[in-house]
Design a protein around this ligand. Structure first.
Ligand code: HEM
Length: 551
């Protein structure tokens, strides 16, 4: 306090010092700006005091694309400087060699960073936030549960049941009413319902016709709110959100309330199971039952054991729910923009065996039932698989991966990394760099994933990192892809999906690649055979119009 007072008196007594300092800073800023403009580069300038904050502010709403431009101009790596004293310095990278080096080859030298577990504290001590030995133990448990045939078949049958019983009827209703649908919201509800059923063996029904116009159920609202708060903690300085948390106001208060809702709910479910109430669905294949059947660590108290079950349940919801919904949203955006891809997927699906659902889709009596494909059948749908991977390449649902160096290191490009350096791997940019994917990297072209014999090519995860790379890569990749394909195939086979005219679809600045304004589409029923043939004709006409050159 005394120092501040003396400093103020000094400045007031010698205003010329203040003036000189301001002149110096302005000239330095001007010099940097001129240098930047002359270089014609998108790499942000680090200004005195505010660092690269102006880059962030001037690119709000398009931060991913601005970062991609900067990475292109900087040769796949640049140092981002936050404002002085606030922190927020990062090394931002999109180089596959660095991804391989940090996430796989030298995995033990990098962790999620000092603040990660605290920012994501809704996940408790679970797999998503744990490190070192605790992480390795949990990874082993989760990998074993995910590989169990009972769990896998419960997950796949749950996806199929929800596709047939909720997703298709909901879209059917919207198509019959001729109203536009916001598909991202539909996928968020669908994904919430599927994840909830997988974890608790019970139906939430947030996509049921009755519930669709109603607000999310409290559990869904709580997971959504918690997701938003975790994102908020990622984008504002740590001191700011910690202050709000301490004051228990604003988004931090809502976050605390959401955590209480989730806790109450999950502990009630655990209590019911412990009291011997059987799960409603499945035969012990749900996540909670699988974990409860896991041999108990004798050193664990009852309370610790319940905490472990709680973290596993909540962790699953966060790992699976939003990423699957975001992936479906961007897949349909790509398919709507590329009707020839949709036509090829349809052709492929026509050659496969589908199952009719009891739900009439197409407007009632006399109309055929809706068709769904099961996970096994879709294994042979290589083009659909390629189209899904291609959408994930351009629109990875988790656009960034964050790490912190635990010790000094040297990256493959010779850059030195000191202990404590925070690194952001921009997975979104990786799909858009010519040096990685070729000149047509920004085109949506599923064919790039197919070999001459029509099989899906293997691409190493350090080049295609949508599911992360190395020992910490996604444990639900297979189930996630199956989920995407079952839902996508059912929609494409039963409906014509078209973007609403003039609706702009852009990504948000967020830790999950959601859209800014949703994905507004119009749906029309397809009745297999005649309507489908008619649809193909329309697509052919659309294609020829697109390819037509005006002379
Ligand atoms: C399109 C869908 C999905 C995408 C793009 C995706 C992507 C990812 C990514 C990028 C990570 C790394 C997160 C990090 O450490 O920072 C991850 C981890 C994980 N994912 Fe997925 N995921 C998807 C679906 C799923 C599903 C459906 C499940 C569950 C069945 C799942 C389970 C997990 C688990 C358990 C981890 C933690 C692995 C660990 O920390 O060791 N994911 N996923």
């Amino acid at each position: 306090m005394a120092t501040m007072g003396a400093f103020r008196t000094f400045l007031l007594s010698y205003p010329e010092f203040l003036l000189a300092a301001l002149c110096f800073l302005s000239l330095a800023a001007l010099r940097l700006a001129l240098r930047w403009r002359a270089a014609g580069t998108n790499v942000p300038v680090s200004w005195p005091v505010v660092g690269m904050l102006p880059f962030v502010l001037t690119n709000l709403g398009r931060l991913l694309d601005a970062t991609t431009d900067a990475l292109r101009d900087s040769g796949c790596a640049f140092e981002f400087r936050g404002p002085w004293l606030v922190g927020g310095d990062y090394l931002i990278i999109c180089d596959p060699a660095a991804v391989h080096h940090c996430l796989a080859a030298n995995f033990s030298r990098y962790d999620k960073g000092r603040d990660f577990a605290e920012m994501f504290d809704v996940a408790g001590d679970g797999l998503l936030v744990s490190e070192s030995a605790l992480w390795a133990r949990q990874r082993h448990v989760v990998a074993t549960v995910f590989a169990a045939p009972a769990f896998r078949s419960f997950v796949v049958s749950t996806i199929q049941r929800h596709t047939a019983g909720l997703l298709l009827p909901f879209l059917d209703h919207a198509a019959a009413a001729g109203r536009a649908v916001e598909l991202e919201d539909v996928f968020m509800r669908f994904s919430l319902d599927v994840s909830y059923a997988v974890v608790f063996a019970a139906d939430l029904g947030s996509l049921s016709l009755e519930a669709a116009d109603a607000p999310y159920p409290p559990f869904g609202q709580a997971t959504r709110m918690a997701g938003e708060a975790v994102m908020f903690r990622h984008v504002v300085p740590a001191r700011w959100w910690k202050l709000l948390r301490w004051l228990n106001v604003g988004i931090e208060r809502r976050y605390a309330e959401s955590k209480a809702v989730l806790d109450e709910f999950v502990y009630r479910e655990i209590g019911k199971r412990k009291a011997g109430n059987p799960p409603l669905l499945g035969e012990g294949g749900d996540l909670l039952s699988m974990y409860m059947a896991w041999p108990r660590d004798p050193a664990m108290t009852d309370r610790q054991r319940d905490g472990f079950l709680r973290d596993a349940a909540v962790g699953y919801m966060f790992a699976a729910k939003d990423l699957v919904a975001a992936a479906l949203t961007w897949f349909f955006y790509m398919v709507c923009k590329h009707p020839h891809v949709e036509a090829k997927i349809l052709d492929e699906l026509k050659s496969l065996r589908c199952t009719s659902t009891s739900t009439s889709c197409g407007g009632g009596r006399g109309k055929p039932a809706a068709a769904v494909f099961d996970g096994d059948t879709l294994r042979s749908a290589s083009y659909l698989h390629a189209a899904v991977l291609e959408a994930l390449r351009l629109h990875p649902p988790a656009p960034f991966e964050e790490k912190e160096a635990r010790e000094d290191d040297v990256l493959p490009d010779g850059r030195t990394v000191t202990k404590g350096t925070r690194i952001l791997f921009c997975i979104y940019a990786m799909g858009r760099i010519q040096g990685i994917w070729g000149k047509d990297c920004e085109e949506y072209r599923p064919e790039r994933w197919l070999s001459g014999s029509g099989r899906v090519r293997h691409v190493p995860s350090y080049k295609f990192a949508a599911f992360n790379s190395g020992p910490r890569s996604c444990l639900g990749k297979d189930l996630g892809l199956t989920n995407l394909k079952i839902a996508a195939a059912a929609i494409i086979y039963n409906f014509q999906v078209e973007l609403v005219d003039g609706h702009v679809v852009e990504p948000t600045d967020s830790v999950v690649l959601h859209t800014k304004n949703g994905l507004m589409v119009k749906l029309a029923h397809l009745i297999f055979d005649c309507a489908r043939k008619f649809k193909n004709v329309i697509q052919q006409v659309r294609l020829s119009v697109q390819n037509c050159t005006v002379i």
